[in-house]
Design a protein around this ligand. Structure first.
Ligand SMILES: Nc1ncnc2c1ncn2[C@@H]1O[C@H](COP(=O)(O)OP(=O)(O)OP(=O)(O)O)[C@@H](O)[C@H]1O
Length: 219
């Protein structure tokens, strides 16, 4: 690990209130320019690890530093949340507005942009993802794959400095997955990507690690 790490995790432990322990001393780093694949079996704790990184659940032990700031308290996590974009595993956790445009504008508005600027950035982000003409679609009526791309648009419209992507290819057909691969490869942000799609990871990831038995090993 080095001072140049965008994310540094040391000896992280996390247990659900039910007593299920999923992280048992995780060490991890993400550096500028990396697209890091986080692999592991179903239930290994990959999503839980991303949730710890965003402060959505509280680790009982260990250290998290993001973009040079130590994150432990809610106010410390709040300070970095606008700079880190999390694509949830389930698109329905990400989309809560009646229309696509409102959902994609929500983040930029929340970051203090004017309605005009938020609209412009939302329309550009949708266009970049091949979603021209989707702006007035009713979010809950979208197909699973369409929702996946709109959910990604809600993340990218905030121009986060780091991307945490939880199974981004879920529900995408082969052509759309191919487009997503090109998009992710063209983005400047470092990213941590959870996926069970080996072909996808082979084309996108610059490094891979595996979460198993609560710890990280080389994949
Ligand atoms: N709220 C909860 N309370 C108790 N246990 C939970 C809770 N949420 C998840 N778990 C359990 O914690 C474990 C880790 O879940 P997590 O979703 O982090 O795994 P994952 O590696 O992302 O799995 P997958 O690849 O299937 O998405 C699983 O066994 C899951 O059933």
């Amino acid at each position: 690990m080095s001072a140049a790490d965008l994310i540094t995790v040391k000896n992280l432990h996390f247990t659900f209130p039910t007593g299920r322990k999923v992280l048992n001393g995780v060490d991890l780093y993400l550096r500028s320019g990396e697209r890091l694949a986080l692999m592991g079996a179903n239930g290994a704790g990959k999503s839980s690890l991303l949730h710890c990184l965003m402060g959505l659940v509280t680790a009982e032990n260990g250290e998290i530093a993001i973009l040079g700031s130590r994150c432990e308290t809610e106010s410390e996590f709040r300070a970095i949340r606008g700079r880190v974009g999390l694509l949830f595993q389930d698109s329905d956790d990400q989309l809560f507005c009646p229309t696509v445009l409102e959902d994609v504008m929500f983040g930029p508005l929340n970051l203090g942009q004017s309605r005009d600027d938020a609209r412009k950035v939302a329309l550009k982000t949708l266009s970049d993802l091949g979603l021209d003409g989707f702006e007035n679609r009713i979010t809950y009526q979208l197909s699973g794959g369409e929702k996946r791309l709109v959910a990604l648009a809600t993340v990218l419209s905030m121009s986060p400095e780091i991307l945490l992507l939880d199974e981004p290819t879920n529900g995408l057909d082969a052509d759309v997955e191919k487009r997503l691969i090109e998009i992710l490869r063209s983005l400047p942000q470092a990213m941590l990507i959870i996926s069970h799609d080996r072909q996808f990871l082979e084309q996108v990831a610059t490094r891979s690690v595996r979460l198993q038995d609560g710890i990280i090993s080389q994949a």
